[in-house]
Design a protein around this ligand. Structure first.
Ligand SMILES: [Zn+2]
Ligand SMILES: [Zn+2]
Length: 396
């Protein structure tokens, strides 16, 4: 079957997957607690005649397509979780769960992978080897995220290659964005709790001031990044919250302060250096100031890059399905993080992005914005690219 015929066949059946995406959008669920979402996924996969496994990680679902012919095992991963935030869009499929919203597009990831599973199931006679469809919880957290637990569960131990994809609102629907080499940064969180001695603002000599201590630590963090990390090794340290004192009280030095943030890198050595050094600097400056410091690190995702051979297959499949003008190279890596990283540490892997923006339809909001939406015209082309990539990775 030509790629054009394939895309036409996917388009003919895409309404079902748009309806699934809307259903998931209206009923978003978070973290590892996705009972409705995973029940829907399981029901769908079973209706395509796939073997379905659950119970290996909370709310994760694995669909297995065994062709009965020897060959490689290829996995395709979608994340299914939403975010703890309001949906402020005015659309008929607006979230009905207060304070929970699919503002990263994982609803479309789930619908697209179901569409891919349906297409490949319908064409199983043309395939060899095995395809595993991985529906994971908790990409957005909580730690350690769904991918790490799925890897530890062993259900992907026999997988030769894994691919995954994410929405990209900066490009129009029907675009595939591929990347060679490094793609996403590491993502780790930290929290610093300072305990000093409070007192009268006019007599700081009787206090151990947590506010000036925090100010010194926060400034020193930028020096660690700028003076201790090699300039050609990308990294960023951001403090994103500081909490102490009472705004309306102008004459009391508080005795406690907390601040927290994140650091991102593109290599494991810089990541482990910062993990150690941010703690040392917080402890050292606090000790100088007579303040007690408790530093908490929440390690999340390592950085990851793509396997260039697999990216070549994605790029070529996307070019054949969509036309070269709709396939774009991503020229710079992201500093954002993605828990797909955990798969890439043990399995040959590549990740790509697909455009979901549409200015004419007013779909322009960026990830994690309360108005984020997905142009559903992206669903059929992305199913076709994913299915074609899987076929080629299987050698069919
Ligand atoms: Zn997200
Ligand atoms: Zn996401």
């Amino acid at each position: 079957m030509s790629c054009a015929d394939m895309l036409a066949e996917v388009r003919a059946g895409v309404d079902k997957f748009i309806a699934i995406r809307r259903d998931l959008h209206m009923h978003p669920e978070k973290g590892f607690d996705l009972p409705r979402t995973s029940a829907l996924v399981k029901r769908e996969l079973e209706s395509y005649g796939l073997e379905v496994q659950t119970g290996f990680v909370p709310c994760a679902v694995l669909g297995v397509l065994r062709t009965g012919r020897p060959g490689k095992t290829v996995a395709i991963r979608a994340d299914m979780d939403a975010l703890g935030m309001q949906d402020l869009k005015d659309v008929p499929y607006k979230s009905q769960n207060d304070g929970v919203c699919h503002a990263c597009g994982h609803d479309s990831h789930t619908a697209i992978l179901l569409g891919t599973a349906k297409y490949l199931s319908d064409h199983r006679d043309e395939l060899k080897g095995t395809v595993k469809f991985v529906f994971q919880p908790a990409e957005e957290g909580p730690a350690p995220g769904g991918a790490k637990l799925i890897m530890e569960s062993g259900v992907l131990d026999d997988v030769d290659v894994i691919i995954g994809a994410h929405t990209q609102p900066r490009y129009p629907a029907g675009t595939v964005i591929y990347r060679y080499n490094e793609m996403y940064g590491s993502g780790d969180f930290f929290e610093v709790h300072l305990k000093g001695v409070g007192g009268h603002a006019a007599a700081p000599q009787n206090a151990h001031d947590v506010i000036t201590t925090a100010a010194q630590i926060i400034n020193a963090y930028q020096c660690v990044k700028a003076r201790e990390c090699a300039p050609m090794k990308s990294s960023v340290v951001s403090v994103c919250s500081v909490n102490a004192g009472v705004l309306s009280t102008k004459n009391v030095l508080p005795d406690e302060l907390t601040f927290g943030g994140t650091f991102r890198t593109h290599d494991d050595a810089t990541r482990s250096y910062l993990s150690k050094r941010l703690e040392e600097v917080a402890n050292g400056i606090s000790a100088l100031n007579g303040v007690k410091c408790d530093f908490k690190l929440e390690p999340l995702f390592p950085p990851f890059g793509n396997d260039n051979e697999v990216t070549d297959v994605i790029r070529q499949a996307a070019t054949d399905v969509l036309g070269a003008e709709h396939v774009v190279e991503m020229t710079e890596p992201f500093m954002g993080s993605e828990d797909f990283a955990h798969y890439t540490k043990k399995i040959k892997a590549a990740f790509f992005l697909f455009g979901v923006g549409n200015e004419a339809k007013g779909i322009t909001a960026y990830y994690h914005n309360p108005r984020f939406d997905v142009d559903e015209d992206a669903i059929a082309p992305t199913i076709a690219v994913m299915a074609e990539t899987a076929k080629r990775l299987l050698g069919c």
